[in-house]
Design a protein around this ligand. Structure first.
Ligand SMILES: [Zn+2]
Length: 294
């Protein structure tokens, strides 16, 4: 991929240098240890009461004090990032910026305004509006805070464990998560969730598969623009993305996990389906190409 000349996004939140949620938890742990001492004296009990009232009062007003405390706690624990890590973050920033350009154009065609998502880089674990997440889960999008979360260590796994190396494969993963953001903005995700509530387990899975395949198709649309408008693609790039789409299909992951392949439990689609929908988005380069629900 020819990405170095690309624009960098303003929407990166880099938490890698921080201790992340474990630091915040450490803070909570210290608080809990202080409580018995405070309870021993009258002044201590009053202080505790003030603290509790203050904490829940702030919470009531919508301010989470533990979260406010986290960034200051984390700055002290910042680590040096290796040049390789820095370059990877730079790359992610360019890809995100490129998806922004793509979706601004596509939304304009629909008479809508695209709202850019944030992308959080983290290490090991992170607190999101969707709960506590560990890197082992792979990158994900949280509709609650409209942020993408990625631990760059996942890219090592893609290369070493999933057999999907290459920068375009890495970009595809981001473009897929951005696809979920697009579905959230367009109301697709809400409709799917609603339909799933009245559906059987198998039907709900099917809806999930359709939603995932559509995100793959949207990733393909990004690929189309990256290629035609910005000439970022080099030989072999598309193969990389298709290989990645195939490598992280549910059937393949299930097989790798040592189980038999059970199509009704697929929530992302088979490798073949993922490749097909990515290609469709890439070849047609428009949102109409991606109706996986019909
Ligand atoms: Zn997905």
């Amino acid at each position: 991929m020819r990405w170095k000349q690309g624009r960098r996004s303003n929407n990166i939140e880099d938490l890698r240098g921080s201790g992340g949620p474990s630091m915040a938890m450490g803070g909570a742990g210290v608080l809990l240890r202080i409580v018995p001492f405070l309870l021993r004296t009258k002044v201590g009990r009053i202080l505790l009461l003030i603290a509790v009232v203050g904490y829940f009062g702030a919470k009531f007003l919508g301010v989470d004090l533990l979260q406010l405390a986290a960034p200051s706690a984390s700055s002290s624990g910042s680590q040096q990032l290796s040049p390789k890590d820095q370059e990877l973050a730079d790359f992610v920033s360019v890809v995100l910026a490129d998806t922004e350009s793509t979706w601004h154009l596509e939304f304009k065609k629909l008479g809508l305004t695209y709202q850019e998502p944030k992308l959080v880089l983290f290490r090991n674990a992170v607190n999101s509006a969707c709960g506590y997440a560990q890197a082992a889960m792979g990158p994900f999008y949280c509709p609650g805070d409209q942020k993408l979360y990625i631990d760059l260590a996942f890219y090592e796994d893609m290369k070493n464990k999933l057999g999907a190396p290459g920068d375009f494969a890495q970009a595809y993963v981001i473009a897929h998560e951005v696809g979920h953001h697009v579905q959230t903005l367009l109301g697709t995700s809400a409709k799917v969730r609603q339909a799933q509530q009245q559906a059987s387990k198998a039907q709900a899975n099917q809806l999930s598969v359709k939603q995932e395949l559509q995100a793959d198709c949207y990733a393909g649309i990004w690929g189309y623009y990256a290629d035609t408008e910005r000439k970022m693609l080099e030989q072999g790039d598309i193969e990389e993305a298709l290989n990645a789409a195939a490598a992280i299909g549910d059937d393949k992951l299930q097989r790798q996990a040592g189980g038999a392949v059970r199509p009704e439990s697929f929530t992302h689609g088979s490798s073949k389906q993922r490749v097909e929908w990515f290609k469709r988005g890439f070849e047609q380069g428009k949102i109409e190409a991606c109706n996986t629900f019909k």
